[in-house]
Design a protein around this ligand. Structure first.
Ligand SMILES: NC(=O)c1ccc[n+]([C@@H]2O[C@H](COP(=O)([O-])OP(=O)(O)OC[C@H]3O[C@@H](n4cnc5c(N)ncnc54)[C@H](O)[C@@H]3O)[C@@H](O)[C@H]2O)c1
Length: 297
């Protein structure tokens, strides 16, 4: 199978997850830095139709993880977001279809839901994205569905909530809260909580998302939309305290001004992934956070 965005965080776990029973190749704009992806990734742009056709030839399935992943960048440069997340997805779908690929798994995002109308958020929740990023992911989902109905390609959309791992790029200005908290804790810098820290998120280890992808690939079901979440709401204050608990050095926590227009609460309903493909999380938040400090502090 082909994994787009093969040099990324999620793909590195996916190559490990698939290694024993599946043959996986990847494409990416950049060389891989993680061992599991080394030797498996070809440099190619998902927006390049010829390169994607070459990459898709002989593949039974495509897992499409490549994306412009930053909400902030999507606001600054919406057209680039559309080029990568919408046009890039359409070009990948077209190449997959032309190469006779039978299954397409698209890594979308919980950003497609926008501000939750109710909690936990199930897959039938209205999709009213607040960000350009969420809009581009939702648009891409529609093309995935349409390629399925137009050409008979089997498809699944996975909507991960907040996934994390020590392999997320800590230098990126767009890194998530776990990357920032663990990096600060390891360097002795205070953790900065925006507001009172009562806002909640659903955190899932990237290795668990990779396992969900494998279960989807091994399922015969078609046309699934599945949340990728833990089903646990964790407040940012609890997250900071858990980082403090597992970090081997003293950690200070500071409160700073709240972010305006931030989503207050978010948590996934995860029953469908359990019922359809037998998924449940294996890595607890505390266990996942401990790994950030091994060989680091
Ligand atoms: N991290 C999260 O919390 C989260 C939550 C929901 C959804 N997602 C989605 O999960 C997917 C994987 O996320 P990740 O954290 O592994 O991201 P990542 O940034 O580590 O990996 C994405 C990869 O895509 C590659 N890429 C970008 N544009 C490309 C192009 N034009 N052609 C080829 N490759 C290109 C990048 O070089 C990168 O290696 C993304 O689609 C992201 O939107 C992430």
């Amino acid at each position: 199978m082909l994994v787009t965005g093969g040099s990324g965080q999620l793909s590195s776990y996916l190559f490990e997850e698939l290694a024993s029973e599946h043959e996986a190749r990847g494409v990416d704009l950049r060389e891989p830095i993680f061992d599991s992806a080394k030797g498996a990734v070809t440099i190619a742009d998902i927006r390049d139709p010829d390169a994607m056709l070459d990459a898709c030839r002989g593949m039974d399935a495509v897992v499409h993880t490549a994306a412009q992943v930053s909400v902030q960048r999507s606001t600054e440069d919406p057209a680039f977001d559309v080029e990568t997340n919408v046009l890039g997805t359409v070009r990948t779908l077209k190449a997959a279809r032309d190469a006779g690929v039978s299954k397409f798994v698209f890594i979308s995002s919980a950003a497609t839901y926008g501000n939750p109308h109710y909690l936990p958020v199930d897959e039938d929740h209205p999709t009213v994205p607040l960000s350009i990023y969420g809009s581009s992911k939702l648009s891409a989902e529609h093309f995935v569905r349409a390629f399925g109905s137009s050409f008979g390609m089997k498809w699944t959309v996975i909507r991960p909530f907040n996934f994390y791992s020590p392999r997320a790029d800590p230098k990126s200005p767009y890194s998530g809260v776990i990357t920032k908290f663990t990096q600060n804790a390891a360097s002795g810098t205070p953790l900065k909580i925006e507001g009172d820290g009562s806002q909640t998120r659903d955190f899932l280890h990237a290795a668990d998302v990779a396992r969900l992808v494998r279960l989807v690939l091994e399922s015969d079901r078609n046309g699934m939309v599945l949340n990728g979440g833990s089903g646990q709401a964790t407040s940012i204050l609890d997250l900071a305290n858990t980082v403090k608990k597992v970090c081997p050095r003293p950690v200070n926590i500071e409160h700073v001004a709240p972010r305006t227009a931030d989503i207050k609460h978010s948590v996934a309903k995860v029953d469908r992934a359990r019922e359809m493909v037998g998924f449940s999380t294996r890595i607890s938040l505390e266990e996942g956070l401990k790994a950030f400090f091994r060989n680091r502090v």
